[in-house]
Ligand binder design. Sequence first.
Ligand SMILES: [Zn+2]
Length: 270
Amino acid sequence: MTAPPPHLRRAATQLASGTLAASALLEACSGAPTTALPLAFGAAGVFLAPTLLKNCAWYGPVRKTFLTPNREVWLTIDDGPEPQQTPYLLDVLGQHGVKATFYAIGRKILQAPELSRRIVDEGHSLQNHTFLHAERSFWAAGPGRAHSELELCSRAICETTGATPTQFRAPVGFANPFVHAAAAAQKLSFIGWSSTGCDGVAHHPESVLAKIMASVRPGGIILCHDSQLRGMAPKSRAALLDSLLSRLKSEGYSCCLPLDLEDNKHPAQG
Ligand SMILES: [Zn+2]
């Protein structure tokens, strides 16, 4: 008999630990031996800890770097497309001659189809970042929800732009076994990051820039955002991106889109 693929084995293992946790909890609540409660918390912890660690590869592979002999980095931009920010970012990318990967939210793609097509038409990569981006609850998604969130986003990308997504990034980098299984079933490579300035929340541009530059390395994946934050000026992200690209260039870095990730086995992967 052929062994099941690794992601299904991981899902089965964690389902078993989840079941163990539930049964132990029930036993504890019904006044059974006091060993049941620690067992329940222990099993739940085994399930939750890898889920709530950003880019954790315990339940499946997560690419956080890529192999390159050159002084290159991969620029990625999450949470758009947004008409108040993304067009200005595209202008800056064009001025610098840089291509980026946009991990986009399916709902926003449907709301901004022209902008989505512009991203693809200008040579950037448009990839899957779930349909709703429910960052407070997606980590707890069951199999059905995980599958539909990824499938609906891929469908939005495909039907709006004609492009076929091949990559997935989890909201906030949190993913349980069902999310990993859904990505594998839909043939989406799971992509994390190695550098971020935490610009997805309120921030100061100088500190974002400093954090990214402190951690950037050849083969690194840089995470930025194009979502609109309250109190943020319409072109603020574009100004930040302009500064980042200038700094990278001044330190000898160029930006690229790794094309063949399957053949790009890097020791730091996962
Ligand atoms: Zn996001």
